[in-house]
Design a protein. Structure first.
Length: 396
């Protein structure tokens, strides 16, 4: 399964330099069997892409990635082990995390086991770390969540207990923002030096032609608002639709809103599209490829990001580089993610009228209320790239 050099081959090959190359490599395990879509999949891809292009790591370590499906990835220096059934039920997920992976860890004898998906598994490793994406323990559930996403509703109450299992056995707990570090320290009595704030090191967008999903052509005189996201109730698509409807009723037609749902994703999306499909300014284009999202960033006049629950909010940091207006939720995650942006207006994610007023200003080319967001100072331990993060994890 893993290519290791035979120690016997070292005999007679010249000591120091050759000996180092002949010794068995240490094992680095990246566990990510639950990551298949959205921002968490982006994090996984970026992580593996870094490791696959980092000779200072792959020359010293056998890198093994535990993934949902091997055909989702292709790397030269990473061994992929797939576990396609893990996501089929929570029973299987728990079975793998607390029993199956224990046996796997005994056979692999890893130097570092990095769990990229929240749960601290029951495993044997010299060093352990867990990357915590899911902020649901800090989310105030609503009735709409129970109706359209009962799993989220339940998770908001019970996920904190899943986090708690084995969390103290990790050398490090990794989160994406300072406010999450503070919350984890308080909830799980973790020391400040044990919780790393690791800012995502997102790739620059590649501008490619749109595919046919976007379809409709847009005049240069029309302002384009863009909100890329998966269909989840906490993403708050309805507030963008309500604001668009208000603008239409007030006589504004020279704008377009691109939303990456089409009603086929789930009951929540079906409800949103059914309710607002009569607003011609809204284009429910459906899910886009990463390249198409990047192209939309290029042609959009303004990013809207109304989500009520994020550990980061990748579209915000991706859109910063375009130096165009952003209208985003007035919540702690958004203030931290937007750090360094030049044109930002924050709004109450429950106030459609406030959002409509800000959209109206963009339509009228009035950016007087859009302001810079100054960079926040983040306490140590803190990393701003995968290189910095793995340097800390592998040399702790």
């Amino acid at each position: 399964m893993i290519n290791r050099k035979d120690n016997n081959a070292c005999v007679g090959e010249g000591f120091a330099l050759e000996l180092q190359n002949c010794l068995p490599k240490k094992v680095l395990v990246i566990s990510a069997v639950n990551l298949v879509e959205g921002g968490t999949l982006t994090i996984l891809r970026n992580c593996l892409s870094f490791l696959d292009t980092a000779p200072e790591i792959y020359e010293k370590y056998d890198i093994i990635a535990l993934v949902h499906k091997k055909d989702m990835f292709q790397y030269k220096h990473i061994t992929l082990l797939e576990f396609p059934t893990v996501k089929s039920s929570w029973f299987l997920r728990i079975y793998y995390e607390y029993w199956k992976f224990y046996k796997l860890s005994l056979s692999l004898n890893p130097f570092l086991w990095l769990s990229l998906h929240d749960i601290s598994p029951n495993i044997k490793a010299i060093h352990k770390a867990v990357y915590c994406h899911n902020p649901t323990p800090f989310y105030h559930s609503r009735l709409i969540d129970l109706i359209y996403n009962p799993k989220l509703f339940l998770f908001s109450y019970f996920y904190k207990y899943l986090y708690q299992i084995n969390i103290s056995t990790n050398d490090y707990v990794i989160v994406q923002q300072q406010w999450l570090r503070n919350a984890f320290q308080k909830m799980y009595s973790l020391s400040a030096q044990k919780v790393i704030v690791a800012y995502p090191n997102e790739k620059s967008c590649m501008h490619k032609m749109l595919n046919n999903k976007l379809g409709k052509s847009v005049s240069d005189s029309i302002k384009i608002f863009f909100f890329p996201s998966l269909s989840r109730p906490f993403k708050n698509f309805e507030i963008v639709c309500r604001a668009s409807e208000l603008l239409m009723k007030n006589g504004y037609t020279n704008f377009k809103v691109i939303l990456t749902i089409n009603g086929e994703e789930n009951a929540y999306a079906k409800k949103i599209v059914g309710r607002y499909n009569n607003v011609p300014m809204i284009d429910f284009c459906g899910r886009l490829s990463y390249e198409d999202v990047c192209r939309m960033y290029d042609i959009a006049s303004c990013l809207i990001f109304p989500s009520k629950l994020e550990t980061w909010g990748l579209p915000i940091s991706e859109f910063i580089h375009y130096e165009k207006p952003m209208i985003i939720s007035d919540l702690p995650y958004a203030h931290e993610t937007a750090s360094g942006a030049k044109q930002v207006a924050f709004f109450d994610p429950n106030n459609a009228k406030q959002l409509a007023d800000l959209m109206q200003k963009v339509i009228n080319s009035d950016v007087s209320v859009f302001n810079p967001v100054y960079r926040q100072k983040i306490d140590e331990p803190y990393t701003s790239s995968w290189k910095e993060l793995f340097n800390k994890l592998l040399n702790s």
